[in-house]
Each structure stands twice: as structure tokens, then as C-alpha cells.
Design a protein around this ligand. Structure first.
Ligand SMILES: Nc1ncnc2c1ncn2[C@@H]1O[C@H](COP(=O)(O)OP(=O)(O)OP(=O)(O)O)[C@@H](O)[C@H]1O
Ligand SMILES: [Mg+2]
Length: 365
């Protein structure tokens, strides 16, 4: 399926450093000058999940295959982008294509690294970017709503539904608020997302802090956390520079290095997990002697569509899914014991797959 998080932020705040660390490649040039990234770079990243090795141990699997999400390193966005400043519209187009936004905010002091506005002020930076995104949404909606109103006056059914949604978004944007704050009924969610507004995408703030603050964050990141809380976003504090160093170390040395810094786990693991949650994704597992594997679905996916992620034949010929909850699988130590304990359920077409389910699909070909 491919779920994409776009890494955005002002120029020179550490986006490519973070992206490099994430993809463990030097594919995205990181350099201390604005606009070093022009084409967006895309990288697939394994989603770390400690449940995989637990299951694999029990199922004596030869291989572990984590699920993946995609990160895109997008060039820095500056004030005036919505009116074509900088590399303006190109960035906005790149952002339009992602499912969620990872917004890197500069929270470190370093006189050698230029800040485009000359001072460290994370909330002002957030405001700059959010304003550009809102202006872009406003402009695109103002154009689109005219045609839609015309269609609605001709009693077009879709238009009659869309006009009030567009007006809801317009009302917020005209007040200087992002479209994600729109109050929607469950039925309105999908058509509203269909408007593909930049400011309706979920947001994760990454506070890029200095080395010493990599765990708890600092005064700057505290402000960003408060802002996130107040606006329904998420936030993590990470030092992109350290993550880039950790990422190139051999696995054995990584844990040791993190320990010397007083960190329990790589910030990237936290970031990837937050990104995954931000996208509203859940994981189910398949387990056998060959491999234990994690699969990604969106919340609310029913068993046949979940099976379809593995293969379209699984969905087409779906009969039922033998389902063992992760906790049962681990406590009872595997499929056989779970079956004996009556914890292996046969679920049908209407079953909504839950996070952590260990599934075995029965299907016709
Ligand atoms: N936490 C940090 N502490 C100190 N320096 C950092 C930190 N994170 C990144 N840097 C440095 O900041 C500079 C800019 O980083 P990077 O090239 O990743 O920015 P960018 O946001 O991708 O910029 P652009 O918008 O130009 O593509 C680099 O010199 C990088 O090493
Ligand atoms: Mg860059």
C-alpha cells in the first residue's frame, strides 16, 4: 500500500540529516546551506516492533520481516512559498502527495548553522510553515468552491455534499486556522479528506535538539510539545545529528553508544513508531517456520481486505481467518496451545482486524 510521511520544515533545520539517519544512506545530501535538497528523496524504513522477535521465537521462524513505511525528504519551505517564493509551489505539490507530515523544527543552538530568520524560535517557525500551507489551501479552495457551488445549484448530488464541507474548511482557513480542526461527522471524514488539503493532514513535530537534550528535550521543545497538545498534533524530541551518528554504527555498537548518551533507544525508533500511529496504522502478524512477518493495515480494516495486503487472491477467495490475539499467542506460547485453550477464533468477512492479531487465512483460489 505504501504509507508516506513527508519531512517538512524551514531550510537548514536538519531534515536531510534526519532522513539520512532514517534511511541509513547518504542519498540525501546534508550540508550546511539552504536548499541543498531539491528533488524529494524517498526512503522505505522498517517499523521496529519488539513483538516480531517474540512471535518468531515461539514459531521458530527462520526469518523476521518487519513492515515498512515511507519517508520523503522534502526541500525547505519558506515564507512566501504559497505565492511561488523560493522553490515555492514545487514543495507544496510534494507535500500534497504525502499521507502525514513530519515537521522538523529547529530547537538547537549552534552559531555555525544558519537559521533563515536569524534566530531560534520554534513556535514562529511552525507558524511560518503553517501559514504557507493555509494560504495554499485557501487559494485552492476559493477556486474550487466556485465551480462546486455552480454544480450544487444544478442539484448535483456530489456537489451538494461537498459545498458545505468546503465552506467549513474555508471558514477555518479564513480565521487563520488549519482545516484539521474541522468538526466532522464520521460520514464526512472521507469526503473531507478527499479535498486533499495540506492543513488537514496529521502532523508530528520533530524537535531537533542539541546532543545533551536528546532524551528529555529542552526549553524550546517544551514549547513545541505544548503547542502540539493544544492543536491535536504529536511531538518527539530528537537530535538529528546524533541519530545520524548512531545510524551508521554496527548494530552491536549502537546500544552501547546510546547508553553512553543516557538514551534507552534510538530516537528514530520512537519517531517511526509515532509516524506509524499518526497515520492511523495497525499491524497484524503471520507466523510460521519460514518467517514471522508484520503487515500494515489502516484502523478498521476487515479481514478480507487485510488478507488482500498479502495477495489479491487471498482477498478474492477469502473464507475465514484463524485469529489469535498477540497476548494469547505469547502467553500460551504458540498456535497449538492457543487452539487447545480455545483462543484461536475463526473470524469471517465482517471481522475488524485488531492490532497484534496473529492471523492464518483460509481461502479458495
Ligand atoms: N541536532 C543538531 N545539532 C547540531 N547541528 C545539526 C543538528 N541537526 C542538524 N544539524 C546540522 O544542520 C545543518 C543542516 O542540516 P540539513 O542539511 O539536514 O538541513 P535541511 O533541513 O535538510 O536543509 P535544506 O532545507 O537546505 O534541505 C547540517 O550542517 C547538519 O549537520
Ligand atoms: Mg535538505
Amino acid at each position: 500500500m505504501g504509507f508516506k510521511c513527508g519531512i517538512v520544515g524551514l531550510p537548514n533545520v536538519g531534515k536531510s540529516t534526519l532522513f539520512n539517519a532514517l534511511t541509513k544512506t547518504a542519498a540525501a545530501q546534508a550540508a550546511n546551506y539552504p536548499f541543498c535538497t531539491i528533488e524529494p528523496n524517498t526512503g522505505d524504513v522498517a517499523v521496529p516492533d519488539p513483538r516480531l522477535s517474540e512471535i518468531a521465537g515461539i514459531a521458530t521462524s527462520k526469518e523476521i520481516i518487519p513492515t515498512r513505511i515511507t519517508f520523503v525528504d522534502i526541500a525547505g519551505l519558506v515564507r512566501g512559498a504559497a505565492s511561488g517564493e523560493g522553490l515555492g509551489n514545487q514543495f507544496l505539490a510534494n507535500i500534497r502527495e504525502v499521507d502525514a507530515i513530519v515537521h522538523v523544527v529547529r530547537c538547537f543552538e549552534d552559531e555555525d548553522i544558519t537559521h533563515v530568520d536569524g534566530k531560534i524560535d520554534p513556535l514562529a517557525d511552525i507558524d511560518t510553515i503553517e501559514t504557507e500551507l493555509m494560504l495554499s489551501d485557501l487559494e485552492s479552495l476559493e477556486k474550487r468552491v466556485v465551480a462546486m457551488r455552480k454544480k450544487a445549484s444544478g442539484k448535483d448530488k456530489e456537489a451538494l455534499q461537498m459545498v458545505p464541507l468546503m465552506e467549513k474548511a474555508l471558514g477555518l482557513l479564513q480565521d487563520g486556522k488549519p482545516a484539521r480542526l474541522a468538526e466532522l461527522t464520521p460520514e464526512e471524514e472521507k469526503p473531507f479528506q478527499g479535498l486533499s488539503l495540506l492543513t488537514s493532514k496529521p502532523i508530528l513535530y520533530v524537535c531537533n535538539v542539541e546532543e545533551d537534550a536528546a532524551g528529555e528535550g529542552n526549553g524550546y521543545s517544551a514549547k513545541v510539545f505544548d503547542h502540539a497538545k493544544a492543536t491535536g498534533a504529536r511531538a518527539v524530541a530528537i537530535s538529528a545529528a546524533i541519530e545520524a551518528e548512531v545510524a551508521v554504527l554496527p548494530l552491536e555498537e549502537q546500544a552501547e553508544f546510546l547508553e553512553t548518551l543516557g538514551l534507552e533507544e534510538a530516537g528514530l525508533d520512537r519517531l517511526i513508531r509515532e509516524g506509524y500511529a499518526l497515520l492511523g496504522l495497525v499491524t497484524y502478524f503471520t507466523a510460521g517456520p519460514k518467517e514471522t512477518r508484520a503487515w500494515t493495515i489502516t484502523q478498521g480494516t476487515k479481514a478480507p481486505q487485510a488478507a488482500g495486503v498479502i495477495h489479491t487472491d487471498f482477498e478474492r477467495g477469502f473464507i475465514r481467518a484463524q485469529t489469535i490475539a498477540y497476548n494469547d499467542y505469547v502467553t500460551l506460547k504458540g498456535e497449538t496451545a492457543a487452539k487447545e485453550a480455545g483462543k484461536a477464533r475463526d473470524e469471517g468477512k465482517e471481522y475488524v482486524v485488531q492490532d497484534g492479531d496473529v492471523l492464518l487465512f483460509k481461502f479458495n483460489t
